[in-house]
Design a binder for this molecule. Structure first.
Ligand SMILES: [Zn+2]
Length: 478
C-alpha cells in the first residue's frame, strides 16, 4: 500500500519560510519537516497565478501551450487520471473559484470537494459569461461598491469579519478540509491513494484567524485590505500607493496566515502518520506573492522572484534529508510522483526531481515560467476549456542557478544576476548582451515549440481517460 499526499498552499513565497531563512518563526511545523525530507530551495512555478500553475502541476505542460488554457483540456491527461488508471483511490479537497470542478479540475478524482457550494460556483462561472445574471442586470454589485467607496472598506468583508468574531464557526473551511481528508483516508486505509489538498490561505485579503485579532482591530484590518485590493484586476505596476507602515502591517497579516496554515499541515501530517505506513508528502505553494518589491502587490501578471519562487519539501519513507539548491520547476511534480510510486512514467514532459543528474541538467538549461493577462469573459462552463491569453501581454522568464531573464514579446527585456542580486534589482541586460541574447534565443525556441506542440495524450490511453471523464466526482458524506 502506497500513498502520495500533495499539499499545496496559496501564494506561499519561499523567503517567508523560517527554514528558508526568514527572520520570523512563521513555520515551526514545516521547519521540522524540512529537516527530515528533501528541500528544494529554488523551486519556481510555471505561472504567477493559480490556474496556470496548477495546469502545470497536474499535466507537466506549460500554461501558454497552444494559445493558453486555465484548466485541463480534452487533449491533456492529468496526474490524477493516470493514478486512477493505475488503480489508486483519488480525492481532492480544494477551494472553488479558479479550481472549480466545473472547469475540469475534477478530472481523475473520484472525490472532488470544493469548499464553495456548487450553486454559488455555477453563479460565479456564469458571471463571467456574456449573459447577465439578475444581480448584474439590477447592478446590485455596483450599489455595494458605491457603499464601499464611500466608507473606504469592503462592507461585505466587514460584516463577515464582525459576524465571524462574535459567533465563530466551530471549524474554519481549512480545518474542515483536513477533517474530510482524514475521514476519506480512514475509509480507504488498505488502498493505494492519491490525495490533494489546496489551502486557500494566505491568499489576499489577509484576515487572520480569531486568536490573532481583537474586536477593535477588525475595522482597521478591513480598511487596509480594501486599500490593498482596490482595482486589483485592472491595475498596473506602480498603481498601488501604501505607506511603509501599511505595507508592514499587511506583511504581518500575511505571515499570520502562514502560521495558521503551517499549524494545519503539522496537525494533518501527524495524524496521517499515525494511520498510514508508506505515505509520501509533497508540500509546496502554487506561486509566491509580491509586496511592492517590483511595484506589485499580490500576484497575477509578473514573473519576478517574489512571485514565482515557492518552497518545496518531499517527505516519506526511505527519503533522507537533503537540500537541493539547483532551480527546479513545479511542472516536474507528475514525473516525481510516478518515480516515488514506482509507476511507469506516462508521457509527461519534464523530469523526476529525485534524479539528481536530470535536475542539474535541467537547471543548466533553465526553468521557464509564463504569464498572460486573463480574459475572464471567455470562460466556458461546459467545456472547461478557456483561452485566457492576450498576446499583447504575454511574457516569459527563464531562471538558471545564476541568471534570471524576462522576455516580453513587445517590450523591454530584463536580465538579473541571481548570485549577486537575488532580489532582482539591477537589470544587466544592456551590459551582459551576449548572455541576454542566448536567453532570448532559448525563449524564442520555447515559444515556437509551444505554438506547434502536439497532443501529449497517448491514443491507447484515450479510451480509459474518456471512461474516467464520464464518471462524475462524488461528494463525501461525513
Ligand atoms: Zn494561486
Amino acid at each position: 500500500m502506497k500513498s502520495v499526499i500533495l499539499l499545496t498552499i496559496e501564494c506561499l513565497r519561499a523567503d517567508h519560510m523560517h527554514f528558508m531563512g526568514y527572520h520570523k518563526r512563521t513555520t515551526p511545523n514545516l521547519d521540522t519537516f524540512a529537516k527530515e525530507g528533501i528541500v528544494y530551495t529554488n523551486t519556481m512555478s510555471t505561472s504567477p497565478w493559480t490556474p496556470g500553475s496548477f495546469f502545470s502541476i497536474f499535466t507537466s505542460l506549460y500554461p501558454l501551450m497552444r494559445g493558453g488554457t486555465i484548466s485541463p483540456t480534452d487533449q491533456t491527461i492529468t496526474l490524477a487520471e493516470c493514478l486512477r488508471i493505475e488503480g489508486y483511490k483519488t480525492a481532492a479537497f480544494a477551494p472553488g473559484g479558479w479550481l472549480s470542478p466545473l472547469l475540469g479540475w475534477g478530472r481523475g478524482f473520484e472525490v472532488y470537494e470544493s469548499s464553495v457550494r456548487e450553486k454559488s460556483e455555477k453563479k460565479r462561472v456564469k458571471k463571467s459569461l456574456p449573459q447577465k445574471t439578475i444581480a448584474q442586470r439590477f447592478k446590485i454589485h455596483e450599489l455595494f461598491s458605491q457603499f464601499d467607496r464611500i466608507l473606504n472598506v469592503s462592507t461585505k468583508d466587514l460584516i463577515f469579519q464582525y459576524r465571524n468574531y462574535r459567533a465563530p464557526k466551530q471549524q474554519t473551511r481549512e480545518q474542515l478540509k483536513n477533517q474530510k481528508a482524514l475521514f476519506w483516508l480512514n475509509k480507504n486505509l488498505n488502498e493505494n491513494k492519491f490525495l490533494w489538498i489546496h489551502y486557500l490561505q494566505p491568499h489576499e485579503p489577509y484576515y487572520p484567524t480569531r486568536e490573532y485579532v481583537s474586536f477593535s482591530q477588525i475595522f482597521k484590518i478591513c480598511k487596509l485590505n480594501y486599500k490593498a485590493m482596490r482595482n486589483q484586476a485592472k491595475r498596473e505596476i506602480g498603481d498601488v500607493k501604501l505607506s511603509n507602515k501599511e505595507l508592514n502591517e499587511l506583511i504581518a497579516l500575511y505571515d499570520q496566515q502562514i502560521i495558521t496554515v503551517d499549524g494545519l499541515i503539522g496537525e494533518l501530517i501527524t495524524k496521517i502518520r499515525s494511520l498510514e505506513g508508506e505515505t509520501y508528502f509533497i508540500i509546496t505553494g502554487d506561486h509566491g506573492q509580491g509586496f511592492m518589491e517590483h511595484g506589485i502587490l499580490g500576484h497575477g501578471l509578473e514573473l519576478y522572484n517574489e512571485i514565482i519562487h515557492t518552497p518545496l519539501i518531499i517527505l516519506g519513507p526511505h527519503i533522507t534529508h537533503k537540500k537541493i539548491e539547483s532551480v527546479v520547476s513545479l511542472r516536474n511534480i507528475p514525473l516525481t510522483v510516478f518515480s516515488l510510486l514506482n509507476i511507469k512514467p506516462y508521457r509527461f514532459s519534464g523530469i523526476s526531481l529525485l534524479n539528481k543528474q536530470q535536475v542539474e541538467e535541467q537547471a543548466k538549461y533553465g526553468i521557464i515560467s509564463e504569464a498572460s493577462r486573463n480574459i475572464r469573459n471567455q470562460v466556458s462552463m461546459k467545456g472547461g476549456v478557456v483561452n485566457y491569453t492576450n498576446p499583447q501581454a504575454k511574457k516569459w522568464a527563464i531562471t538558471t542557478n545564476k541568471w534570471k531573464f524576462i522576455f516580453r514579446k513587445k517590450g523591454k527585456m530584463e536580465l538579473y544576476n541571481r548570485e549577486r542580486d537575488p532580489k532582482e534589482t539591477i537589470d544587466v541586460s544592456k551590459v551582459q548582451k551576449n548572455i541576454a541574447r542566448t536567453f532570448e534565443n532559448k525563449i524564442k525556441a520555447h515559444i515556437n515549440f509551444e505554438d506547434n506542440a502536439s497532443t501529449p495524450v497517448r491514443s491507447k490511453l484515450r479510451w480509459k481517460i474518456m471512461q474516467l471523464k464520464r464518471r462524475k466526482n462524488t461528494k463525501l458524506k461525513l
